[in-house]
Design a protein around this ligand. Sequence first.
Ligand code: 39A
Length: 224
Amino acid sequence: MDSFDILKALKKLSYLKNERDPLWWPNSGKFEVIIGAILTQQTKWEKVEKSLNNLKENNLLDLQTLAKTDHREIAPLIKPSGFYNTKAKRIKNLCKNILQEFGSFENFQENVQREWLLAQKGIGEETADSILCYACYKEEMVVDSYTQRILNELGYEFETYTQTANWLKEGINENLSKIYELYQKEMPINQIYARFHGKIVEYAKEQIRGKKVNIEPLKNAIGE
Ligand code: 39A
């Protein structure tokens, strides 16, 4: 089995059929994805949405504004998504550094490297890849805790984040013509990775039972 079998099974189970954003992450390609990627650390997406709305309503959800706003002003607005003092500092620091290094979101989107993101305070591999994949349209596949749990339930144990991401990417790259057939069109690789991760998250959220994910519907769909 490879990761293409998982993608095919998730597609058969109809995840992401009526998604508003073609890449699944709301407002993909926009600055706010960067902030969502930081806010979603150690919390549920629904809480992130509340924080993002608070920032929007207070006209703060913008690179230049966040870079010059005191973290103590940001913190109460992002309280719904937890760890708000730490996250407020991370957000302000990252926005300041993006402006200093790239001058604009558009230049950042085009030119940022994974290593630059990983060197920022509080940005690990999952957050960096979320930003690269969903804000910058780069060919990176996000490995989050849902992905880890699903792969573990399917019997896969990888030693590192990179090994997991590479296994997921390889199964896609080795089966591109079958994927185009499945979608009945050619698709950019970054979009395939983005939607694949989205399907994994939506499956896990629907099938989560305590700390485990019910893997049976996925196993059955793989076996069909
Ligand atoms: N866990 C999650 C999500 N669940 C999500 N959506 C639903 C839309 N996003 C964008 C990120 N992480």
